[in-house]
Design a protein around this ligand. Structure first.
Ligand code: NOJ
Length: 521
């Protein structure tokens, strides 16, 4: 099994993690200073959202130079030091590659707009077709300089690259190799499933679907038939895997969307020869019910059987924090993480989740996030009703390290986003001192996970729901002679579970891990 199938990932949003130089913005030296903290929780890999050179219109997801670092985050030497320091601690480091699009500030785009490239680096057309962007509205943007429209899958300042031009593919794969050569252990791949568009730019068919969702990206009354999940994108996944293979076992974790059968194609079709890991975002909108998790695991085990490995993720830098969906209930958050860390899959946790950091409420009309800017014409209550936030600032607030000014994140007078008000009680320092805290709980479960291969490499068998009391989830993990049973009581009542003629008491909203010699947690 490759290492990246049994690792655990901690996602860092560099701008908000730790500010080492007092300018109010997190930076690479800040991450280096906190590596020991991440290691102490028990995470084996870190994934850093992008810190490449960028005008920061989408806070790094708009790159203007893939082989340099934005000055507010540091230098190339800092990035190298981060790679080396992570490795020195026996951990792995994953960079975030935004291959689908660049910033409009990228020299490639400037040259294309001036028609100075021999073959187009971007996708141009005299007249837009009917394609909608992933964020709504036409994705075609007019360039007054070139007097043509360019295609942008996400936001107008993020033009999509034209991978049908072999020069583009070569140049981007050279960027990938640039970092692999420097020791990066692989990449999280931004919106990888839109990397190819239909070569004939055919109009997308009509659909009644208004709002895209995790299982079905169609929306805005359009079937994204020609803009998403093209077969060429799946073939490119294999090509990228081969590039990584030049350097040994490297992680490729795809941000893709669609139903499980489609996203599995990015991982590898029959065998694991594609990206190897893909996010399955359906679980970002989880329901705190045993039946929900039972069905989720059952479906995932069907669509991602060994040698595939699923990824379990409940929060990221784009969506509501998981604890917010649990109405800030720490006890429920413990159970959610117990599930995430013991089920068969790679757990991926967003910074701050380990201490129960929740979404701040920031007036979205003032949002720095370009999505908030785009959505501000709509009334906020629509998003509240849908259980989502239109302002990603709310879930990107500075990491809460302690109860001092700026939650110990920065010594600046003003931080780039405000610190959430709850930092006085919700912070690393306080939780390290409190034995019953969420942080100590996650650390404890990670210790169990990291010292038992049944959890990292073992098979999974669900205990049928009909053999369990209502709202209890149960599964077995096995690896060689080692075997564990995990029971999670998601209800507010204590439950008695009888397994093999033995009865186990599981208190309300809590979980137990049983080994063959008894209870270990
Ligand atoms: C997905 C990323 O997760 C998000 O933060 C970003 O805004 C878009 N892709 C565009 O790169």
């Amino acid at each position: 099994m490759p290492w990246y199938h049994h690792t655990s990932i901690y996602q860092i949003y560099p701008r908000s993690f730790y500010d080492s130089n007092g300018d109010g913005i997190g930076d690479i030296q800040g991450i280096i200073q906190k590596l020991d903290y991440i290691k102490s929780i028990g995470y084996e890999s870190i994934w850093c959202s992008p810190f490449f050179k960028s005008p920061q219109q989408d806070f790094g997801y708009d790159v203007s130079d893939y082989c340099d670092i934005a000055p507010e985050y540091g230098t190339l030497a800092d990035a190298q030091q981060l790679i080396d320091e992570t490795h020195r601690r026996g951990m792995k480091i994953v960079f975030d590659m935004v291959m689908n699009h660049t910033s409009v500030e990228h020299p490639w785009f400037k040259k294309d707009a001036a028609k100075q490239n021999d073959a187009d680096y971007y996708i141009w057309r005299d007249k837009p077709n009917n394609w909608k962007s992933m964020t709504g509205g036409s994705g075609w943007q007019y360039s007054p300089e070139r007097k043509q429209y360019y295609w942008a899958s996400f936001l107008p300042f993020q033009p999509d690259l034209n991978y049908r031009n072999p020069e583009v593919k070569k140049a981007m794969l050279d960027n990938v190799r640039f970092w692999l050569r420097r020791g990066v252990d692989g990449f999280r791949l931004d919106i990888f499933n839109v990397i190819y568009k239909d070569s004939l730019l055919r109009d997308n068919p009509f659909s009644w679907k208004a709002i895209p969702d995790e299982k079905n990206p169609n929306g805005f009354f359009q079937q994204f038939k020609y803009t998403i999940n093209q077969p060429e994108s799946m073939a490119f996944a294999k090509e990228l895997r081969n590039v990584c293979n030049e350097f040994g076992d490297r992680i490729l974790l795809g941000e893709v969307s669609g139903n499980r059968k489609i996203i599995r194609k990015f991982s590898g079709e029959e065998k694991n020869d594609g990206l190897g890991l893909v996010f399955n975002f359906e679980m970002l909108r989880f329901k705190f019910k045993a039946k929900y998790f039972d069905e989720l695991v059952r479906n995932i085990e069907t669509d991602f059987p060994e040698p595939f490995m699923p990824v379990y993720v409940f929060s990221n830098h784009d969506r509501r924090r998981s604890i917010k969906r649990l109405k800030d209930d720490t006890q429920k958050a413990k159970l959610l993480h117990l599930f995430q860390l013991t089920v068969r899959g790679v757990p991926c946790m967003y910074y701050g989740e380990e201490i129960g950091m929740t979404d701040a409420r920031i007036p979205f009309k003032k949002g720095l996030d370009p999505i908030a800017q785009k959505m501000k014409k709509y009334p906020r209550f629509i998003f509240d009703l849908a259980g989502e936030t239109p302002n990603r600032d709310e879930l990107r607030t500075p990491m809460q390290w302690n109860d001092s000014a700026n939650a110990g994140f920065s010594s600046a007078g003003k931080t780039w986003l405000p610190v959430n008000k709850d930092f006085i009680s919700v912070n690393v320092d306080a939780e390290q001192k409190n034995t019953g805290s969420l942080l100590n709980y996650i650390q404890h479960i990670l210790k169990i996970r990291n010292s038992n291969e049944a959890f990292t490499k073992g098979s999974l068998e669900l205990i049928p729901q009909k053999e369990l009391p209502g709202n209890v989830l149960g599964y077995k993990r096995k690896y060689g002679p080692s075997e564990f049973t995990v029971l999670l009581n998601l209800s507010t009542k204590d439950k008695a579970v009888t397994l093999n003629a033995k009865t186990i008491q599981v208190p309300a909203i809590s979980g137990v891990i049983l080994s063959s010699n008894g209870k270990i947690q």
